[in-house]
Write a protein that binds this ligand. Structure first.
Ligand code: BTN
Length: 246
């Protein structure tokens, strides 16, 4: 990945540019990276804080031959690649919180946003957006984020080379992705469960319409979270914010 690189100083969102490039026929593995995003996009319509020269704001264009309902698998694949890449480049160990938050000591250090470029029932491309907080100091974060967000510099005690981290993550992702296309989701799933903090714990899942408390059992082959409530009923959670109650 990254043989075709679009490098920008400042953009609205790397996702937006990647969508356009995918539409124009960009090759698989094309990446868009920017020093700053003026309108970084997060999950569920939220904004993503993307200040200049401090983070890694990157979108990767993939063109897998998979069904749309398999797309969440790529989010999990990206999460595993990020955790492994960070560990290789910095020695820092991160956890994964379903579906795609990467945490250190319970604070978010990386977010992943997967979007589809689909035509009727066919996937043309999958855009995997990764936002990594690398060199921010605590006071760089807006006040409301200070309690819930962190960076590799805060956790590691010094600044890091962003290019080296990006390279390590892209290498992990490329290896895992080609293995996934050839051999399927099982390896990604096992790795993901080994890095996930929520599995086996009591959690609360807040969906758009209600909230369910119970034990996180694991994920399905589609990346759906299985949650067992106190009555023993197993719920399939497709989209939610989760809170871990230990
Ligand atoms: C989340 O809400 O956790 C997902 C955040 C994803 C942020 C990244 S930064 C690069 C790419 N471009 C965007 O506008 N968003 C993603």
């Amino acid at each position: 990945f990254g043989r075709e690189i679009y490098y920008e100083e400042s953009v609205d969102s790397t996702q937006k540019i990647a969508h356009r490039l995918a539409y124009e026929g960009a090759v698989e593995g094309t990446i868009v990276v920017s020093e700053e995003q003026r309108m970084g996009r997060g999950r569920l319509g939220r904004a993503w804080f993307s200040p200049i020269y401090t983070g890694i704001w990157v979108s990767i264009i993939l063109k897998p031959e998979i069904a749309p309902q398999q797309a969440p698998q790529l989010t999990l694949l990206a999460a595993v690649s990020v955790v492994r890449g960070i560990q290789k480049a910095t020695g820092i160990r991160c956890d994964i919180k379903w579906p795609n938050d990467i945490l250190i000591n319970g604070k978010k250090v990386v977010g992943i946003l997967t979007e589809l470029v689909a035509e009727s029932d066919r996937i043309n491309a999958v855009i995997v957006g990764i936002g990594m907080n690398v060199n921010q100091e605590r006071e760089h974060f807006p006040e409301d984020l200070q309690a819930i967000a962190t960076s590799l510099a805060i956790e590691g005690g010094h600044k890091w080379n962003r290019a080296a981290i990006l390279q390590a993550v892209l290498k992990e992702m490329e290896d895992l992705y080609f293995d996934y296309l050839k051999n399927g989701f099982q390896v990604v799933k096992l790795l993901w469960e080994s890095y996930a903090v929520s599995i086996g714990k009591q959690i609360k899942a807040r969906t758009l319409t209600n909230s369910i408390t119970g034990k996180a059992l694991g994920i399905t082959d589609e990346g759906v979270l299985l949650l067992e409530d106190e009555k023993g009923t197993v719920h399939r959670i497709y989209s939610a914010d989760i809170e871990i109650n230990e």
